[in-house]
Design a protein around this ligand. Sequence first.
Ligand SMILES: [Zn+2]
Length: 364
Amino acid sequence: MNKAIKYRIYPNKNQEELLQKTFGCCRKIWNLMLSDKINYYKETKKSLQTTPAKYKKEYEYLKEVDSLALTNIQLNLQKAYKIFFRDKKIGFPKYKSAKKSKKTYTTNNQKGTIQININKIKLPKIGEIKAKIHRQAEEGWIIKSATITQEKDGTYYASILYEYNKQIEKVVITDKVIGLDYKSDGLYTDSNGKTCGSPKYYRKSEKKLARLQRKLSKKEKGSNNRKNARMKVAKLQNHISNQRRDFLHKESTRIANLYDVICVESLDMKAISNKDFGNGKATLDNGYGLFQNMLAYKLQDRGKYFVKIDKWYPSSQICSKCKNKKQIKLSERVYSCECGNRIDRDVNAAINIKNEGLRQLKIA
Ligand SMILES: [Zn+2]
C-alpha cells in the first residue's frame, strides 16, 4: 500500500535557486523530448525512444540538477503518450510554458537519498531542507519518492510517498453501516439523517476570497498594486485548499473510526460541476472525490469496507421503505410514496445507497 504525506518546506536561498533550476530543467527536457518525438514521427511514422542523457551535451546545465527528476519526466511523457493512444479524449501531450505550467518535480529514494529527520527533509542534490514535520512515518514505512512543488503564492511543499505492507484482518460486517449522499453545497447527508456541511471558517474564507478577487479586478493592469493583489489571492487560495484538506482528513478519520462499512455513490464529477456550480465553485466537488479517496484508504487500513455503487443506480428515485420507483424532480425536497413513507429526499437517497452497498458487499 502507498500513502503520501505533504510537508511544508523552507528552502534557504541556495536551495531555492537549485529548486527553481530543477523545475526549469524538467520543463525544458519535457519540451525537448516532446518536440523530438513529434518531429521523428512526422518523418518516419515511428515513435522515438529518447532519454534525458541525449540532451546533456547540448544543454550542459541539465547536468547540474537531480538526474532522477529528469528520468521521471521521461516516464511521465511516455505515460502521457500511452494515455493519449488509449483514450483520444484525453488529448495529446502539450508543451509546458514557463508562465503557466506547475513548478514541480519528482525524485526517487535510493538507499536513503531521501530522509525525514527532525525538522528537516533530506533530498538528493539539494541536501537537508528545513521542514515542518507534522507527521512521522510509522514503523515499516519505506520512502519511495518525493514530489517537490512551489505553489502560486510562493510556498514550497514536499510530498513524500511511503510504501508499506500491512497484514490486515478484515472486520466482521456488523450493523455499523452507513450510506452517504453527496451534497453539492456541503459534503454529505447520511442514512441516519445527519448532514455534514462545510465548516464555518471555510465559508468565511470563501467570502474573503470573493472580496479579494473583486479588489484584484479593479487594479490597473501591469501595476505593482495588481501584482500584490494577485499574490494575496494566491495566498488565500492556498490557505483555503489546505483548510479543505484538513477538514476532509478530520471528517474522513472520524467516520472511518465510527463505521465498519461506508457506502457512497460514484459521481460523474464533470456533470456535477457543470450542473451545480458557477465559476470557481467546482473546487468543492473535487473535495468530494478527495474525501472518497481518503475514506477508501482509511477504511482499508482498518480492515473495514468502502463500497462505491454505480453512478447509474437511481438512489433518489427508489422508496427506501417499499422499493417502489418513481421520478422525483430536483425541486422536490421530500420523497413521498404511496406506501406512506415521507422522508427528506437526501436521507432517502443515502438509505438506498447504504442498502445497495450492503447488497453488493454480500454478493462479492
Ligand atoms: Zn414506498
